[in-house]
Design a protein around this ligand. Structure first.
Ligand code: THU
Length: 129
């Protein structure tokens, strides 16, 4: 699936982002052999309970028995900054996805692309090798 198609899906689900406290809306599209899953950030008045869009998408997929994915688009509109995934989300991604998993971050002006290995080198794991 091309980035432009993933972006279209991200724009559709963005309306579901619940971000009344930060006004920083994020939509994620996760894509690969196991299909397509979306996520948006869901905030809470008890701010620490906020869940990032990335983890929503990953947990939706994994909880449905799907773990084979090749890339993720993270999109936020109306912001000057790019929505680089937070450290917690990088660690969750590293639990399920390989080092060559592609992460694309995008706002209205620009786009950057990384591998998960670049974003989180030497990640903690209990797996050997
Ligand atoms: N957020 C995400 O959903 N993903 C990111 O990559 C960065 C931050 C959310 C959390 C919170 O709802 C808002 O963006 C501002 O931090």
């Amino acid at each position: 699936m091309k980035t432009v198609e993933m972006l279209k899906v991200a724009k559709e689900v963005l309306k579901n982002a619940y971000a009344p406290y930060s006004n920083f809306k994020v939509a994620v599209v996760l894509y690969g052999e196991d299909g397509l899953f979306t996520g948006v950030n869901v905030e809470n008045s008890s701010l620490g309970l906020t869940l990032c869009a990335e983890r929503v998408a990953v947990f939706k997929a994994v909880s449905e028995g799907k773990r084979k994915f090749e890339k993720m688009l993270i999109y936020t509109p109306g912001q000057e900054v790019l929505p680089y995934p937070c450290g917690a989300c990088r660690q969750v991604m590293a639990e399920f996805f390989p080092e060559d998993f592609v992460v694309i971050v995008r706002n209205d002006r620009e786009e950057e692309q990384f591998t998960l290995g670049e974003l989180l080198p030497f990640n903690f794991t209990l797996k050997e090798g």
